[in-house]
Design a binder for this molecule. Sequence first.
Ligand code: UD1
Ligand code: MG
Length: 455
Amino acid sequence: MSYSAVILAAGKGVRMRSELPKVVHKLSGKPIILHVVEAVYQAGVTDITIVVGHERDKVREILADYPVNFAIQEKQLGTGHALMQARTEVNHNNTLLVLAGDIPLLQAETIKGLLQFHTQKKNIATILSTSLENPKGYGRIVRDNDAFLKIVEEKDATVEEKLIGEINSGIYCFQAANAFAALDKIDTENAQGEYYLTDILGILKKEGQKVDVLLTTASSDVFGINDRVQLSQAQAIMYRRKNLALMKNGVTIIDPASTFVDNEVEIASDTVIMPFTIITGKTKIGNNCEIGPYSHINDSLIGHEVVIENSRIRQAEIGNKCLIGPFAYIRPESVLHENVKIGDFVEIKKSDIGADSKIPHLSYVGDAQVGENVNIGAGTITCNYDGYNKHLTILEKGVFIGSNTNLVAPIKLGENAVTGAGSTISSDVPPNALVVERATPKIIEDWATNKKKER
Ligand code: UD1
Ligand code: MG
């Protein structure tokens, strides 16, 4: 049996009140539509057509790296009309999965369950439904005794029908030929004046075809996003799922309610995540680390036994046993080798810091190559920018930088060189030398006493 999928994503999503099409809004850093496409892929359906319309270039751009087909719906005349637009993209001998692009919590397992059920039962159409305490807004599954009868939309439902708690998830499986044939029979005689996709299920049923409903308990999987409140609710569920998966894999999360981790993040066992921590993008974290509280890390590689407290790390590589923070800012293209200490109010940008080196307080290190065992005193600044270009600072291994040193780049200090506190160094220093740049202090005896007498 061959499978195709059509994802409906042409709508504007009026209720989002946004310039952007709804499916482009992000959850866990990734557009809604990508969550759906990836779940479909993982379920084994690789022939995917996406119906686009409103702001279609923005949707296409997001999917540029994905091998999907597009069908265009010029005017958004309803979900049924949207599926019609995919008529020529789909092989009519296939089994067809149809779903909306606004259900980012959908998981591959749930799709697989639907496909299997549909195939095993040899159905012509299968609707995935679920029971909700508050079904308001969704289409309802109307049954005659137990058998499926039709789907009725909220806006068309009678008072009685509105009491039905079993809702249409908007995820269906069809024999493609039957679905497209039934689409020719729908009209716009309904409260919204739209071509409802949901009508074809009642039509197929009336024609005596085998239409079945699969009631799933995975209610959060079918959670549809129509406005910003639902966007935040879906996000909360997604973070909760990720935290659970991490904890099951041996990560301690002190307070899941204040821990926000994107789906693709990997964290190894026995690492502890403290409260108020955000870990995003393609970050990987090793074993036995202590991350947070109050830390934000994105797209970074963190080794084992690393401690990061109250700090911001962006696109950086942190070696094993590094100690970072509190209040450190590690910027892109920074590489910290093993056992480096970066202390409070230190900013590191595009620099390579050798093993066992320390930058404990109040420093800016940018465009620098720092060797092993270097100690950089408080208040040190690499003056890397002359207003036009960025220049390199090289500190060879064992260098000792006194407090409040300005290193005017380009500059190189040889192995074990030492700078005196308060120096501005603007030329290279040979290995083992001391360099001091300091005015001789001028001492005027009894200056203060005399000043008082003058008054
Ligand atoms: C739809 C179902 C409803 C179901 C609910 C589940 C219909 C008529 N109703 O309602 O039974 O309970 O989903 O979430 O199908 N779209 C297009 N073109 C259009 C209209 C919509 O591509 O002309 C796309 C939208 O971009 C969206 C999806 O179809 O991704 C669903 O549309 P939406 O307006 O959200 O339908 P609901 O009112 O949620
Ligand atoms: Mg919807």
